[in-house]
Design a protein around this ligand. Structure first.
Ligand SMILES: Nc1ncnc2c1ncn2[C@@H]1O[C@H](COP(=O)(O)OP(=O)(O)OP(=O)(O)O)[C@@H](O)[C@H]1O
Length: 269
């Protein structure tokens, strides 16, 4: 993997996700205060911040699982609040989500999990859904026989891949990944990062990745946004992060763990 890959960002810089002045709170506690963030077509954006900063809250707000107090969110150029029912449904189909821990339904096989979004949004014959599920299984690098397995029969890495296959079930433009490599060993995590990068390249996906994983940030993210003080504090490439003197950014990206990634084998004694 290339730590300093050129940003593979479409030249048009079309904002596939645009968060404008969004404020979210619970009771008297404000978690996000007039936050702004754009995610551009074709990029892999890594979203980081201290624990409890509000990364999950922002993701859940964008997915409309948490209400916002003010501000606008546009997905693929459409303001969901102003959209018709039909437009909303069309929009929902163009967004895929990989929740932390995979969140597969334990009583359903991998194939049935992948077919859930197809059943919800499309009216397809079973044979076609079976073909599509087989394609998605291959796409994420699972063996064909994973199709009839239940989540309890899968390793952590296989669960992530199956959940990714489900997120890709409807061929989305934009995928949200919530800590996709958490719980994976370093080799499994690196393979998963490579899979995400190759799917982005092959399918032209736009990826919004909440992560604590420095390896992912260095190896596959085109751009990084840092959440702090209820807003996006800093955004830019990994090189920008390495030059940044904002205290949290500095200790995160230039701390001991980060240095061992920038300079492999570096031993900070
Ligand atoms: N439903 C809720 N009701 C009240 N407070 C909440 C709710 N959901 C989140 N919070 C609060 O919002 C803040 C941000 O939480 P969030 O889970 O988004 O942090 P995070 O950045 O994702 O942290 P981590 O990296 O540890 O997952 C926390 O103080 C949390 O307690």
């Amino acid at each position: 993997m290339n730590a300093l890959r050129p940003a593979n960002v479409a030249t048009t810089r079309e904002a596939v996700l645009s968060v404008q002045d969004v404020t979210v709170g619970f009771g008297s506690k404000i978690v996000l205060d007039k936050l702004n963030l754009d995610v551009y077509r074709g990029e892999i954006l890594g979203f980081v911040g201290a624990s409890g900063a509000g990364k999950s809250v922002l993701l859940r707000t964008v997915l409309r699982l948490v209400p916002r107090r003010s501000g606008k969110i546009r997905i693929l150029g459409t303001d969901y609040d102003a959209a018709s029912e039909a437009e909303r449904m069309a929009l929902d189909m163009r967004v895929g989500v990989l929740f932390q821990q995979g969140a597969l339904f334990s009583a359903l096989t991998v194939k049935e999990n992948i077919q859930l979004p197809m059943r919800e949004y499309l009216d397809l014959p079973q044979a076609l859904m079976d073909e599509l599920a087989a394609l998605k299984i291959e796409l994420v690098g699972l063996a064909a026989d994973a199709r009839d397995k239940y989540p309890s029969e899968l390793s952590g890495g296989m669960i992530k891949r199956a959940a990714l296959a489900r997120a890709l079930a409807l061929d989305p433009d934009l995928v949200f990944l919530d800590e996709p490599t958490s719980g994976l060993d370093p080799i499994g995590a690196a393979e998963f990062d490579e899979l995400i990068a190759s799917l982005r390249d092959a399918l032209g996906l736009t990826v919004y990745m909440v992560t604590h994983d420095l390896d992912s940030l260095f190896s596959v993210c085109d751009r990084i946004a840092v959440l702090g003080s209820k807003r996006v504090l800093v955004e830019g490439t990994i090189e920008d992060m390495l030059k940044c003197d904002e205290p949290w950014v500095k200790s995160y990206f230039r701390g001991k763990r980060a240095r061992s990634i920038v300079v492999p084998g570096h031993d900070d004694k």
